[in-house]
Design a protein around this ligand. Structure first.
Ligand code: CTP
Length: 403
């Protein structure tokens, strides 16, 4: 299901250099099937013209409370919207919205709506870090407004620091999760996801590998990011992903263990989606093993069980999620792993079933919780599976919270 289809989005653009990036946000929202009504503030005009948005948006561009045939465009826009996004949001717009001030069409529309609002701040680092701006941001957050935090990077005038508008991927992802009804329900959480199959070297050219494509892990990382989590993805595969996700590339089980040890202790959720090799060669040949030396005998040793180590050192409140790729007695085997590795959730998939598991874009899973409950998710896109896994993570977190 496309969350954008036939939905009405008001896109507010206020006066900052990042206003040009709102063009890309507008285009993506329209391409995804939404009706987009841009509102440009007077200051936004100094950076970008309404004609650009007229050419892209499906709905008329608005610039003033007074230029419309309707005398009350703000209430009409505010009432009809499924979501309002302000990108970029200046310190002035944020302050006006936090204090309930209304002085132009965008600020009036923000006050006149009951729709969810997504604010994407962009300004210089000093302004972003000013206590007054941070206070206004906290006021808005406490009212349920979704804040898509700015990123670190190059700012106007060549300065570098925090305050750069989040990239269009992240903004569109946040809007998507609002429209799908989940909003930023993972905001404030730090999530570590592992993805792909590890590769254990035999010699300089050969490895022991497995069929994992990494798609399920990437889908979990991306859905968590869209829902507002801060995501670290530890991956063995080189796939494109959302730019707000911090990716750490690894190859072997030992490297994955090292990266997990660095990041898991301070995270709220760890999802071990990776297919970690269980065995690796005891000795890795320096160069290439040559055929004329005969058939080599490769002795194997076990790799560290990363998830079991995490389970043994789990901190209070941390949610640990494992995957179980099985071909027989799927749920029973998965339950055994949940218990043995001290997990909160395990996602069991029957990798022998058609369209399920390694390499496919679809999956079918049973999510088993430490409280004994089971949720079966029939064959679906891996992003749908990811959404179900993250919903279960939230349910576990709620259950773990002290009463
Ligand atoms: N796992 C891990 N480290 C390993 C092996 C597995 O962290 N050395 C994790 C996987 O990422 C997965 C879970 O443990 O989340 C279960 O992996 P799976 O391969 O299904 O089970 P194993 O414990 O390896 O047992 P078996 O292969 O015998 O089924």
């Amino acid at each position: 299901m496309n969350a954008f289809h036939d939905r009405r989005i008001v896109l507010g653009i206020s006066g900052g250099i990042a206003a040009y990036k709102a063009v890309e946000v507008c285009r993506r929202l329209v391409d995804a099937g939404a009706y987009v009504s841009p509102i440009l503030t007077e200051d936004a005009h100094r950076f970008i013209g309404p004609v650009t948005f007229s050419a892209l948006a499906s709905e008329p561009v608005h610039t003033s409370l007074w230029d419309d045939a309707s005398p009350i465009p703000h209430t009409r826009l505010g009432q009809n919207a499924d979501v309002i996004v302000v990108a970029p949001a200046t310190a002035r717009i944020i302050s006006a919205y936090a204090t309930g001030s209304s002085y132009d069409l965008l600020t009036a529309t923000l006050i006149a709506t009951r729709a969810p609002v997504v604010i994407c701040p962009a300004m210089h680092t000093e302004m972003w870090e000013h206590p007054a701006v941070q206070h206004n941001i906290e006021v808005l957050r406490s009212r349920g407004v979704i804040i898509v935090d700015p990123q670190e990077g190059r700012l106007a005038g060549g300065d570098i620091g925090a305050g750069r508008l989040a990239d269009p991927d992240t903004i569109v992802g946040a809007v998507e999760s609002v429209l799908s009804g989940r909003g930023h329900d993972l905001a404030g959480l730090s999530v570590v996801v592992t993805a792909g199959g590890t590769r254990e070297p035999i010699d300089a050219v050969r490895v022991i590998a497995n069929r994992s494509s990494g798609k399920q892990g990437y889908a979990i990382a991306e859905e968590a990011h869209k829902r507002g989590a801060s995501v670290t993805l530890i991956s063995t595969v080189d796939r494109p992903t959302l730019s707000g996700i911090s990716v750490i590339e690894v190859e072997t089980a030992a490297q994955m263990l090292h990266a997990v040890e660095q990041h898991a202790p301070q995270s709220d959720v760890v999802v071990m989606t990776a297919a970690v090799a269980d065995f690796r060669p005891v000795h890795v040949a320096d160069g290439k093993i040559k055929k004329h030396n005969g058939i080599p005998e490769i002795r194997l040793e076990p790799t560290p069980d990363i998830l079991a180590a995490l389970g043994a050192s789990k901190s209070t409140g941390q949610v640990l999620v494992g995957f179980a790729a099985e071909t027989d007695d799927v749920v029973d085997n998965a339950r055994g792993k949940l218990k043995k590795k001290n997990l909160d959730l395990i996602v069991a998939n029957d990798v022998s079933a058609p369209g399920v598991g390694f390499g496919h874009s679809t999956n079918a899973v049973t999510i088993i919780s430490v409280d004994g409950s089971e949720t079966f998710v029939p064959l679906a896109d891996k992003h749908t599976i990811a959404t179900a896994v993250l919903d279960s993570v939230l349910a576990v977190r709620t259950a773990l919270r002290p009463q």
